[in-house]
Design a protein around this ligand. Structure first.
Ligand code: FES
Length: 160
């Protein structure tokens, strides 16, 4: 067996996993752990639908081998509410999720998990402030419905 043992904290839960060396983080999440919120749009790092947070940094999980993330803390869309409420004793949504709802920042919703994770990663980076900077910083997340204006509205709302 060519599987390799790794440790990941996934949405706050410590997991010991055996993974094939060629398994991407996205395939591990979706196909082995049943966390299907992260989407496979292109599988080539071009659409952003697979964006997750690794130690708070946004990445395209289709481009990362799971074994390369040994020891990391992974947050997917399924864990965003927990991320927002850690220690607060509440089960509400993350503020960015609330803002996406309030601003109708999705239509079909396929890109939304990636848009949400990418938004949080972008805010963690702290470089984007104006609408143009937000738009540029979110340019790796494609929305085929064209909900960009509302997505930027939602992000701006949370950043204020
Ligand atoms: Fe990873 Fe498109 S599925 S960037």
């Amino acid at each position: 067996d060519t599987r390799i043992g790794i440790s990941l904290t996934i949405n706050g839960e410590a997991r010991q996993l055996q993974v094939a060396p060629w398994t991407t983080l996205l395939d591990l999440l979706r196909e082995e752990l049943d966390l299907t919120g992260s989407k496979k749009g292109c599988d080539h790092g071009q659409c952003g639908a697979c964006t997750v947070l690794v130690d708070g940094v946004r990445i395209n999980s289709c481009l990362a081998l799971a074994v390369m993330k040994d020891g990391a803390a992974i947050t997917t869309v399924e864990g965003l509410a927990g991320l927002a409420n850690r220690g607060a004793g509440s089960d509400g949504l993350h503020p960015i999720q609330e803002a996406f709802i309030e601003h109708d920042a999705f239509q079909c919703g396929y890109c939304t998990p990636g848009q949400l994770c990418s938004s949080i990663g972008m805010m963690n980076e702290g470089h984007a402030h104006t609408r143009d900077e937000i738009r540029e910083a979110m340019s790796g997340n494609i929305c085929r419905c064209g909900a960009y204006t509302n997505i930027v509205d939602a992000i701006e709302d949370v950043m204020q």
